[in-house]
Design a protein around this ligand. Structure first.
Ligand code: NAD
Ligand code: UD1
Length: 351
């Protein structure tokens, strides 16, 4: 049974992927600083399996620490060898992800996202582990005139967060140039992950004030406070921006497919868009949420947000073909599962 190191594994996408890894039969070693998450997400995963009469508690190890600390990362690789469960591959989620914050604290973003990734990749090389799935973002495309983004669309990030994601992509491209090393690298560019695990036990629990639309919709519905819709004068059907919302469990399963694929390869570097290929406007999302959950989402139309893009939708043909992966959960399910998570855990992971 392979042992996968999951950096940032207690966060939103990380925790759902940890669930999917265990369900697939992997053992996992989670590394997280808990800067934006709670270790309770991992307890909840074990609880979900317990409810299915499965005890996976000895298949999950947790190490609290920072990827900026190389000695710490190395100690995890060494301990895994001592325990005769060497790390076979890495899924790398750890990092900072708030666009507006990245404009105010660019050095912190380069430190956590780029220097942290450099440390991790260096430790992987030192410990002869060469398989990595990296969390990139559609944000690397920046403003594009393409109606569906394809992996070879020119890259042009427009904020420090996006620049750090592209820098790590470039670092991985360079690392892969070494003909003497058999790296297996999947760079996944996520579109807009939303929703929660359908048990209602696992979901998004940002410790900082959310900036992304979905947790904002949930809070508006829960607290009955108006949210701001950023502009209704975009060149779209209803004037609001269009995004490619993807259920976090479809995204999590994409990681498993990517990892399984890499383990069958000798040497590889692939870039894959992980989206549904379907665009929904902000008003579509709000209306679907209201209908599915029979709840009101109060909103007001405001001016456009600086740096926003009219439409970001994936061409996901490459991921579908190479990984034999298909996102199967509808916008309806994303809204239902996200709301169930909120109702079952109004304070997130706080007891
Ligand atoms: P998240 O904040 O919930 O998870 C990130 C995790 O990394 C957190 O648990 C945090 O505590 C941890 N972390 C942060 N800095 C760290 C450090 N220096 N050392 C160790 N741990 C650290 O975010 P998420 O939404 O789950 O995103 C996961 C990854 O996916 C991120 O790299 C993000 O940039 C990328 N991504 C997210 C989205 C999205 O919409 N959520 C979209 C595209 C890409
Ligand atoms: C944002 C980031 C992007 C990041 C992605 C996922 C920007 C410019 N881009 O993209 O880098 O990869 O999140 O983390 O911030 N909206 C409202 N009201 C709100 C919040 C959002 O109307 O209060 C609208 C936005 O205008 C947008 C849509 O909702 O049209 C989605 O916004 P958001 O969730 O922030 O995601 P992105 O803009 O795609």
């Amino acid at each position: 049974m392979k042992n996968i190191l999951v950096t940032g594994g207690s966060g939103f996408i990380g925790s759902h992927t940890c669930y999917a890894l265990l369900a697939e039969g992997y053992e996992i070693t989670v590394l997280d600083s808990l800067a934006n998450s709670s270790k309770r997400s991992l307890d909840q995963i074990i609880k979900i399996f317990k409810s299915q009469d499965l005890d996976f508690s000895n298949k999950l190890r947790f190490f609290e620490g920072d990827i900026r600390n190389k000695d710490f990362i190395n100690s995890i690789f060494k301990k895994a060898v001592e325990e005769k469960k060497p790390i076979d591959g890495v899924i790398h989620f750890a990092g900072l992800k708030a666009v507006a914050e990245s404009v105010l604290k660019p050095l912190s973003y380069w430190d956590n996202n780029v220097f942290g990734s450099y440390n991790l990749i260096s430790c992987m090389k030192e410990n002869n582990c060469k398989t990595i799935v990296f969390s990139s973002s559609a944000t690397v495309y920046g403003i594009s005139s393409e109606s569906l983004l394809i992996e070879n669309t020119p890259l042009n990030p427009i904020n420090p967060y996006g620049s750090t994601k592209l820098a790590v992509e470039n670092l991985l491209n360079d690392v892969n140039q070494d003909v003497n090393e058999n790296w297996k690298i999947a760079i996944l560019r996520y579109f807009n992950p939303i929703g929660a695990h359908n048990s209602g036990l696992l979901g998004e629990n940002p410790l900082q004030k959310p900036n992304n639309i979905f947790p904002i919709i949930i809070n508006a519905a829960y607290k009955k406070e108006k949210l701001k819709v950023f502009g209704n004068d975009w060149p779209t059907n209803d004037g609001t921006c269009i995004r490619d919302y993807i259920h976090v469990m479809d995204l999590a399963e994409g990681h498993i497919k990517a990892l399984n694929h890499l383990f069958t390869q000798k040497k590889q570097l692939i870039h894959l868009n992980i989206g549904t290929g379907l665009g929904h406007s902000v008003l579509d999302l709000i209306k679907t949420f209201e209908t599915v959950n029979e709840v009101k989402v109060p909103f007001q139309i405001c001016s456009r947000r600086d740096g926003d893009v009219c439409k970001l939708v994936a061409n996901n043909s490459k991921a579908k073909e190479i990984l034999n992966w298909n996102p199967i959960r509808s916008l309806h399910e994303m809204c239902k599962d996200g709301w169930q998570w909120k109702l079952m855990n109004p304070k997130g992971y706080i007891l």
